[in-house]
Design a binder for this molecule. Structure first.
Ligand code: BYC
Length: 312
């Protein structure tokens, strides 16, 4: 065995031992290519989701019903931009290039969360996105604070704190609307009917159809399977829906007394595949807007880069 090959064996053994001990991998550490690429794939998808995720709620910024609601929504949408920035920075520590990741998103070579391909039709959608979509994000992302890659795990800590505020603002808005007129209550119910099933799809395909899960879990990139987190989310959301006074649009939802978990109906995985394949209600609109933002604002990056180069 050559010295270089021996070094590789040592490095792999050290990496494996670090993962097995539950310690963090840091940017300076050696890591297998598959680990690096798997992380870039997941972190980029996550970053893209945060940035594209600004669009459905951003659509309501100019039509918020009061100054208070506008200030809250503005803060939330700005937070999502911040989350995208932390995540692109985490991807950069792995050697990815931010502009290249943006190009891959726009050219549809990388994904973003399916949920953001649905339209926000009324102001109740702002509340339901906060409650259900940010609620799903919290369920999915709190375990990622223990992800094996240091920069990703640390970014998640701040993201999750902000997501908690987002969920509360959504729930508080919905509580106010449910205490309002019959029309307002009907708007909330309509929004819940439209967002419930897509929010269950946020957790990804079922475990027996999730090509990345086994390896990502072995490497500590993910800590739970898609179905485990989806079940946790359903169990969390049903009592919240009861308290709010809305009906979740699933006649099969029922508490299983033996397991203590809620059973739920079949998810339309054909719809999920259509949406992540580019055929959702808003895919074209979301990408077109992101493309326009990149192209129209290129001069800002050019100016900032020129300034940085001049002062380097
Ligand atoms: N949508 O093997 P699987 C937010 C893809 S941001 C689209 O199970 P994995 C928020 C998956 O990428 C929410 N694509 O994958 C922001 C893979 O395709 P590729 C985003 C999906 O990675 C603003 C293929 O399907 N959160 O909350 O093991 C406002 C097979 O799937 C989806 C994150 O990104 C989907 N729903 O598990 C408010 C969290 N599901 O890449 C809120 C971090 C799966 O091989 N990410 N795919 O071409 C994760 O935890 C995991 O990546 C997932 C998927 C659970 C999403």
């Amino acid at each position: 065995m050559t010295a270089a090959a021996l070094d590789d064996v040592d490095l792999q053994a050290h990496f494996d031992a670090t993962i097995a001990a539950g310690h963090r991998i840091e940017p300076r550490d050696w890591m297998p290519d598959g680990y690096r690429n798997g992380l870039i794939r997941q972190i980029a998808q996550h970053a893209h989701s945060e940035i594209i995720g600004m669009q459905p709620e951003g659509d309501w910024l100019l039509a918020a019903p009061s100054l208070r609601r506008k200030a809250i929504l503005l803060a939330k949408v700005q937070d999502e931009a911040g989350h995208g920035m932390y995540l692109y920075s985490a991807a950069e520590t792995l050697g990815a290039d931010r502009a290249d990741l943006t190009d891959k998103l726009i050219e549809r070579r990388q994904k973003y969360s399916s949920i953001f391909n649905y339209p926000s039709l009324t102001y109740a959608d702002v509340g339901v996105i906060g409650w259900l979509v940010d609620g799903a994000a919290i369920c999915n992302q709190v375990p990622l604070c223990r992800s094996s890659y240091g920069p990703y795990a640390r970014a998640m800590i701040r993201v999750c704190k902000e997501e908690s505020f987002h969920q509360r603002q959504g729930y508080e808005l919905l509580m106010a609307m449910m205490g309002g007129t019959p029309e307002q209550r009907a708007m909330v119910q309509d929004a819940v009917d439209r967002w419930w099933w897509p929010s269950l799809m946020m957790f990804g395909p079922p475990d027996d159809d999730s090509p990345n899960s086994a390896q990502s879990m072995a490497w500590g990139i993910k800590r739970h399977t898609n179905d485990e987190l989806r079940q946790r989310y359903v169990d969390m959301s049903v009592p919240q829906a009861d308290f709010l006074g809305v009906t979740l649009p699933d006649p099969e939802l029922s508490l299983d007394p033996e397991t203590g978990h809620y059973r739920f109906g079949a998810i339309d995985w054909a719809e999920f595949k259509r949406v992540i394949g580019g055929q959702g209600p808003c895919n074209d609109e979301r990408i077109a807007r992101r493309r326009a933002a990149r192209d129209e604002n290129a001069w800002v990056i050019d100016a900032a880069t020129a300034y940085a180069e001049k002062h380097a």
